[in-house]
Design a protein around this ligand. Sequence first.
Ligand code: ZN
Length: 388
Amino acid sequence: MKKAVTLDPNKTYQKLPDHREPIGLFVSPSQYIQGWGVIGMLGEYLSLCISGGVGVVITPGRYRVLGDRIEKSLSDAGLLAAHTIFQGESTLAEAERIAAFFRKSGQPVNALVGVGGGKCLDAARMAASRLAVPVVTVPTTASTDAPTAAHAVIYNEQGVFVDLEFCATNPLLVLVDLEVIAEAPPRYLVAGMGDAFSTFYEARCCMENPAARTTRGGRPTMAALAIARQCRDVLMEYGVAALEEIKGRRRGEALGRIAEANILLSGIGFESGGLAGAHGVAQGLTVCEDLHRNCLHGELVAIGVLAQLVMEKRTQEAAQAARFFKTVGLPLHLDQIGFDPARRGADLDAIVRSALGVFFIRYEPFELTADLLKAAILEADAFGRSMA
Ligand SMILES: [Zn+2]
């Protein structure tokens, strides 16, 4: 499979300008707008920085519910708009299809707006790179921290991870409508909290290990670490309240705090802070077809957080994480994600092998062997069961 866009920021940012010290690197979206009903303002916000026309890539479900409002908002702001429905998988072929659609649309497309879940946003990001225009992301759940990032995850038609594709820059605008986020099933918000909770521990691991680099190849900055720490603190303070608000269909301040933590704080925190053990284990778990299919990313990351903290022998923080996971309904042990390690020894070995193949798991500050990682996953599992 050939990549149409081959930008490798790591090659540049890993260079040592004075042949000794790596650079610190902080990246973020240009604008982040969050509020109730902001989708109806999309066109006006965009008209501050874009003229002519925009393309919209949107999932079928979101088009039915939000299509009219988005189109009206764009046309009221004097922007021409064409849209295409996302076909369901973030593949290179889908990115090419979207780019070709807008090239042929006969209208100016000066930005590409993705509206939907993570895969739709990733396909929009890749298509925007091919059209050489900025991307605007409008996440419709707060389930991951991917909307702010400057790279997309490529899958094949079967939904299996293929590679990352880097974009030149982060999104021009990330627009988070709390009305839309509040309508999504609570499980998505909870999964987003799992993804976000890991951010501080992974960024700290990278900050403390001089060999570690962020996703784009620089060293973490203090700004990213501070944002990641704030992310964790906000989750512990407002996580339960945010869930109560959406379950009770009440509009309060906690949902906004958690949406910002899950999307903005976690997004900047991971991209400019770096990933480590928790995401390595989470990615390893996806080699099991059933886990890949049945679990949300953030649920697997929660399992990864406990494994990382157990490996790092940070017992108090592991207990704090487990208590938080329990109160918001994230998994604390493998049985809660439908995996019985006693019966699936071969699968567990495959998970360990796969996790060790993820480069950033090596940023953990010790020689990580298969035996050590397997022992940590099992120890974290036993610990999680004791806390459940
Ligand atoms: Zn993640």
